[in-house]
Design a protein around this ligand. Structure first.
Ligand code: CP
Length: 326
């Protein structure tokens, strides 16, 4: 990102990265620029005609090698709200199912002059590999257990919106940390913006030495509940586990599941967040998922504005004025 101060003291910033691959590689200023751009796009979805010409003439491909509801749909709607053309490709129904490699698929898409590739893959690093090989901009929509940057950005946006700040808050991330790309991206984003992060779950689901990322670890849910301004719940990702790491879902629920009774020991203005999909009755009871502290559907709504911002910025957005302490 480049920042410039004009003669009248106004600060402007410009995104200069080709790709958006993770929050580990973004500065706090770049994260704030995405959040500020998303805030400016949010009202477009409230208009009777939900469309602006910002990306007219751009071509975007959603290339999803893993299932998705929220991410794929909101990238598609984000592209449409900005007047870009968008095509959806998944493994089934494309030549990937006939044995074509990911790189050959991307080379063919490049031959069709696409501008942005939005990629989800089960293997960590695939969007990064494609970004190095491709002229098109690449947005990581989730790579294995590595990063899910736009999810963390929409989580940051939602916390900022609901709490008015991120700096100084305590955010507890609870559940299967070991297999969660959402946890990893949120750890980078939250700590860069000055939040305190507590990771909570059974020892088998928390990587050893993760404290090196500047987070605290506890295996006691009561400890996390007592301190947190935000509770971010994660489902157990059976699809990424090679061994059985918790005795049973019932056991996990008994020790780490959040129900109405447990919520009584949380702060009175706590936020309940979840990236989805929620496994109701395991990490979250329905009374909490649908209750007054839950902002789960606000996260989904904000995901659209954040993905509009991500597409806009990697497509070569012009300089924007930056708010002080935004
Ligand atoms: N949070 C999230 O990535 O949801 P989807 O898998 O439905 O995209």
């Amino acid at each position: 990102m480049t920042t410039t101060t004009t003669a009248n003291g106004t600060q402007t910033a410009q995104w200069i990265k080709k790709d958006l691959l993770g929050l580990q590689s973004l500065t706090a200023e770049e994260i704030r620029l995405v959040l500020q751009t998303a805030a400016s796009f949010r009202e477009i979805s409230l208009r009777p005609i939900k469309k602006v010409p910002a990306l007219r003439g751009k071509t975007i491909v959603n290339l999803f090698f893993e299932p998705s509801t929220r991410t794929r749909t909101s990238f598609e709607l984000a592209a449409k709200r900005l007047s870009a053309d968008i095509v959806n490709i998944s493994t089934q129904g494309s030549s990937l199912s006939k044995g074509e490699t990911v790189l050959d698929t991307v080379r063919n898409l490049e031959a069709l002059k696409v501008d942005v590739l939005v990629i989800r893959h089960a293997a960590a690093g695939v969007p990064h590999l494609i970004a190095r090989q491709s002229q098109a901009s690449v947005i990581n929509a989730g790579d294995g257990a590595h990063e899910h940057p736009t999810q963390a950005l929409l989580d940051l946006f939602t916390i900022q919106e609901k709490k008015g700040r991120i700096e100084g808050l305590t955010v507890a991330i609870i559940g299967d940390i070991a297999h969660s790309r959402v946890a990893r991206s949120n750890i980078w984003g939250l700590t860069k913006l000055g939040a305190r992060v507590i990771l909570c779950g059974p020892p088998t689901l928390i990587p050893t030495q993760i404290e090196a990322l500047g987070v605290k670890v506890t295996h006691r849910l009561e400890e996390a509940l007592a301190q947190a301004d935000v509770l971010m719940l994660l489902r157990i990702q059976h699809e990424r586990q090679e061994a059985v790491l918790v005795p049973s879902l019932r056991e996990f629920r008994l020790r780490y599941g959040i129900d109405r009774e447990r919520l009584k020991s949380a702060k009175p203005d706590v936020l309940i967040m979840h990236p989805g999909p929620v496994n109701r009755g395991v990490e979250l009871d329905s009374a909490v998922a649908d209750g007054p502290y839950s902002v789960i559907l606000d996260q989904v709504t904000n995901g659209l504005a954040v993905r509009m911002a991500a597409l806009y910025l990697v497509s070569g957005a012009p300089k924007v004025e930056v708010e002080e302490n935004a």
